[in-house]
Design a protein around this ligand. Sequence first.
Ligand code: GRF
Length: 220
Amino acid sequence: MSSPKPKTRNPEPSKLRVAILISGRGSNMHALLRGCAGEIPDIEIDQAKIALVLSNIADAPGLEIAKQYKVKTEILPHKGYKDRREYDAKITEILRANKIDLVCLAGFMRLLSAEFCETWKNKLINIHPSLLPNHKGLDTHKRALAAGDAHHGCTVHFVTAEMDEGPIILQQSVPVLPDDDEQTLAARVLAAEHRCYPMALKLLSEGRIQMTGNKVVVNS
Ligand code: GRF
């Protein structure tokens, strides 16, 4: 008589399945991929898997980087849809087909419909190049310089229907130096983005970010 089989256990609890939406160079997407590949020494993301990179622009340079990391890519041009809602519903269809748990916007240059934000409530995050609530919208570095800010930086936040308004998950500040111009300041902020976004994904994937009402609580 054969002995009973030992109970099998999943050796690795299932990882958070992440999609990244891009439109351009994809340097933040690259930072998330590097984090998941263990390429950022002190920010190893081992509880998330980048399962999909979706671009609305067919020749977005970021798509080539995603392919180097052997990540599935999809191109979904936004032209030809009746309205924003219809296009966004198509994105949701693709995300569902890929069993996506969390969506990271990384330079996705489209406003998203209220319906999309509601469907992905608390599962949709963005990185913005300013210390929100300062400098919502575009040209953040120029505006930080014009305002004479001593500090500037980046913010990872949940996305709601109101632009750059959602609950803040993590921020990283950088100094504004006396001889900064838009380019030098942008480069300093971008380097901060490339640490802040992977760190936020790490915290989320480890279940260390909780929403209490409309507030984000980070557990150490
Ligand atoms: C970044 O500055 C990000 O903060 C903003 O769009 C830019 C995207 O750059 N949302 P990249 O494509 O990630 O290099």
